[in-house]
Design a protein around this ligand. Sequence first.
Ligand SMILES: *[C@@H]1O[C@H](CO)[C@@H](O)[C@H](O)[C@H]1NC(C)=O
Ligand SMILES: *[C@@H]1O[C@H](CO)[C@@H](O)[C@H](O)[C@H]1NC(C)=O
Ligand SMILES: *[C@@H]1O[C@H](CO)[C@@H](O)[C@H](O)[C@H]1NC(C)=O
Ligand SMILES: *[C@@H]1O[C@H](CO)[C@@H](O)[C@H](O)[C@H]1NC(C)=O
Ligand SMILES: *[C@@H]1O[C@H](CO)[C@@H](O)[C@H](O)[C@H]1NC(C)=O
Ligand SMILES: *[C@@H]1O[C@H](CO)[C@@H](O)[C@H](O)[C@H]1NC(C)=O
Length: 433
Amino acid sequence: MSSLKRIFMLVCLLVIICVVLYIRIYLQKGVHYEVIFLEDYNTSDVAQDTITPLKGNKTFIIAPYYDNREGNLVRVLGIVHTEVTNLFCYFCCYGQKSLTFTKAMIDIHSDRFGFPFGLADINCYEPPKCQATYMYLDSTSGGDVVTQPRFEIRNRERQPFSADFTVCISTMYGNYSNALQFIQTIEMYKLLGAQRVTIYVKDCSQEVKKILDYYSKEGTVEVILWPIERYLRPSSKWHHEDSDDKDIGYYGQLSTLNDCLYKNMYKSKYVLLNDLDEIILPFEHMTWDGMMEKLQQENPNVGVFLFESHNFPQTAVTDGNFPNVSSWKKVPGFNLLNHVHREPSRPNIFNARKMIVDPRKVIQTSVHSVLKSFGESLNVPLQTALVHHCRGPHQPNLNRSLLINDRTIWKYNVSLISNVNRALSLISLPTGT
Ligand SMILES: *[C@@H]1O[C@H](CO)[C@@H](O)[C@H](O)[C@H]1NC(C)=O
Ligand SMILES: *[C@@H]1O[C@H](CO)[C@@H](O)[C@H](O)[C@H]1NC(C)=O
Ligand SMILES: *[C@@H]1O[C@H](CO)[C@@H](O)[C@H](O)[C@H]1NC(C)=O
Ligand SMILES: *[C@@H]1O[C@H](CO)[C@@H](O)[C@H](O)[C@H]1NC(C)=O
Ligand SMILES: *[C@@H]1O[C@H](CO)[C@@H](O)[C@H](O)[C@H]1NC(C)=O
Ligand SMILES: *[C@@H]1O[C@H](CO)[C@@H](O)[C@H](O)[C@H]1NC(C)=O
């Protein structure tokens, strides 16, 4: 009786091993894949948030992006702790009642600045004949993943460009409240040729929230919520040694910039990576279109165009006496048209250039340069354009007579004033205008 029972159990075990959990191993390009057969891998919810923690809170997934520029890769952008060495991609291959998993190659971005958490590309080659729309990620192989969130693999379906220029703004933070300069900046981007402005929002003032809502409805602004502090202690500093025991640098800016790049890779001809107080202003052209056509024609192998940043201090005020701006007095924030003096470049100080990139030529980006790319980078000369950076002074003790008078932004006065007034008349700001 007991030996019969033992045989029965052995058969059961064999059935379980052979039938229910039949594991196939094969090789492709030296990549190991294993297959788990399942009745249904489809039951769990698809992750909707911008940041999704995996079990244990050491890895936070932003999103997987299909990337066949070099092999059949799925590049998962994620924030990982330095301790994380094992991650596995589980592909829900099209039409198969199975999950195919493989060990990921974790490529930590080199500009981590000493923080324990940083952006990584979690790279997996997709199995042959797979065509997955969804995948899971886990720190164990053969783990029970189907109870965890599923991730949609983006960029598999490609549509024609919906924008020539998309501006990526990483992390609006610090209760951002510079409403007037914000409206002017969005209107300047539009005048210069932006069809879309993607903004990662951590927090902002009530006025700015209204403005974001208005431009979202208009279709110009795409707001991506960035609740980084829900999971990590973000630093306001770049370097870990400047910021005690924080988890990740500068509100996770590098993660948002790279996500924005991949999100717009096949949607936008060019992507601009700059901050909200920055506008890439051409000198020889009125729009980015003409400027980029010329630059690209002269430099066909370049995918990354770097523009010198020049500071227009908010402390140097010049009244242009423009008509039709009386309603602006009630709007909180700085008025771009009042700041037309820039500080001279400081010799021996790094110019923090900002970029216009062909996103399809970039693999990993940092803030002032790219880390990995297919194309070349070009330093665009100052006579072509600059980054108009309107903020507090870098050189507060500089004699005003040494500031450089640069009224390029005044060229746009008529359309800018009229567009800002139109927006203000349609946004009912809480403080009343
Ligand atoms: C992960 O973080 C969440 C809060 O975001 C917390 O509730 C949970 O206990 C954490 N899990 C571990 C394993 O630390
Ligand atoms: C998973 O769900 C999709 C629809 O959401 C369905 O078309 C597909 O057949 C399902 N796959 C399996 C293996 O159940
Ligand atoms: C943001 O500003 C409001 C008032 O302007 C204040 O009540 C709130 O505490 C601030 N929030 C943060 C996160 O600083
Ligand atoms: C600024 O420069 C002007 C002209 O060079 C000079 O007359 C003036 O005294 C300077 N002011 C200060 C505060 O240094
Ligand atoms: C304002 O714009 C108009 C039309 O573009 C231009 O003619 C004028 O010179 C500009 N004003 C200033 C002060 O630059
Ligand atoms: C100011 O507004 C009036 C009436 O709306 C308009 O006719 C005029 O062209 C505007 N002037 C400028 C410089 O925008």
